[in-house]
Write a protein that binds this ligand. Sequence first.
Ligand code: 5GP
Length: 138
Amino acid sequence: MSSIFARIVSGEIPALKVFEDHETLAFMDISPASRGHTLVICKHEYPDIFSIPPTTLSAVSHTTQQVALALRDVLAPDGINIIQNNGAAAGQTVFHYHVHVIPRWDGDAAVRLWQPQSADQAALRALADQLSAAIQQP
Ligand code: 5GP
């Protein structure tokens, strides 16, 4: 079955669209974390960061920047969070790649995603080396 966002792309479900090009679509989140919370999606249904092709990812990033610039112009927030969830454990509820663009204001009610922890430096270096070796060069 198509994702709810694929049904927005097809026009089956309405959305408050703010931008559209041949690969991407931006629209207002139906349950916003803050005033201006906007979603940027790829029109083709890729579930997550693992499956989206790099060129489509670039297109989504470009649209995300355009939306962030527009939000800065229109709402003048103190900051903007760019958030992208992958997997239920990470908070993903719609399994169609999307980026949250969330304006923030000093002292607002939206929470920070994590609490900073201290890390063992040797373990951190070992993990960095492991990740570096695992990254596939183009
Ligand atoms: P996720 O938790 O998957 O990262 O984010 C999904 C987002 O989609 C949520 O912020 C939720 O409010 C939004 N959302 C879910 N269904 C709809 C819908 O039908 N229309 C719009 N505009 N947003 C939706």
